[in-house]
Ligand binder design. Sequence first.
Ligand SMILES: Nc1ncnc2c1ncn2[C@@H]1O[C@H](COP(=O)(O)OP(=O)(O)OP(=O)(O)O)[C@@H](O)[C@H]1O
Ligand SMILES: [Mg+2]
Length: 333
Amino acid sequence: MTAPGSTAPGSTAPGSTAPGSTAPVPSIEFEAVSFSYPDGTRALSNVGLAIGPGESVAIVGQNGSGKSTLVRHLNGLLRPTAGRVLLDGRDVRPIHVARLAGLVGLAFQNPDRQLFAGRVSAEAAFGPRNLGIRGQELDERVRAALEDVGLAAEAATTPYDLGYSSRKLLALASVLAMRTPILVLDEPTTGQDARGVARVREVVARAAGEGRTLIAISHDMRFVAESFRRVVVMREGRVVLDGAPDVVFAETAWGDLRASYLEPPLPAVAGARLGLGSTPTDAAFVAALAAGGAPRAGRGRGRGRGCGGGRGQLADRGPGCGGGRGPLADRGQ
Ligand SMILES: Nc1ncnc2c1ncn2[C@@H]1O[C@H](COP(=O)(O)OP(=O)(O)OP(=O)(O)O)[C@@H](O)[C@H]1O
Ligand SMILES: [Mg+2]
């Protein structure tokens, strides 16, 4: 696990340009950032976080832990009360919001705070048009973005006639159409059915494959574990864990996760129980179960840290707990 503030491996070279993106991909650094809202609510306390070009990072944490406040600093919507936010080592404070918009695309947690145009296509065109894109290129960007989120057939629809999940996807499309080197998605899977989640996963995978920096806030631990190479856990305005999913969701970190009111993803719990580690593949599961993979506690190794007498929800009802009474245990024995 990397210490909060360090850069995890796997990023592209500083200043490299993501395919399809017009600007080089800048590094991001939050340098001892604190932020209080005008009413005095302290939302961030001394956050140190470095994100290299091309990293894909999930930010997780309980409600009100400061996730949205943190990412709103990236496009100039908020400015730190103390500390600095740096892009490629340069303080963003003097950078005009219009220029920042070409570097950082932020899909809002609440799409209704983002959407305003009269038609879906106009909504998706707004961002790139503001960046000076016109004509065929603009049309192509709008078409591709709407296609990516499955809204191509709704181009002429009024955004407010769409359901919540589609409005969320439209907010995502409007940001995709800007083709910014940094993409920030605030809870992109909220309200999505399996198909919507699959679309978001594809968008995330494509952005990562193109070398863009991708930051997504999510409460969906499975999405996080499967789609991101780095997970940052926030609690009460601070970064409390920062590392690869297999480390952050490892059994040794469950106590910290539970203290942040987060449940490790089910595969992590079941994987630990079956001795497959915290990010097992479906194939590994199938193989372990087919081989009669007895849950670990059932093989006499004693209960894991997350089982029996634990304080968190997982400890009480996870499939890795209960001395072999869970469905996995039943199947595995
Ligand atoms: N506009 C605002 N004015 C005052 N306080 C605010 C404002 N927006 C957020 N807060 C407070 O700042 C803190 C951090 O909020 P933030 O929205 O960043 O958390 P979050 O981690 O994104 O939560 P959630 O998971 O619910 O979206 C919370 O205490 C919240 O109530
Ligand atoms: Mg939020």
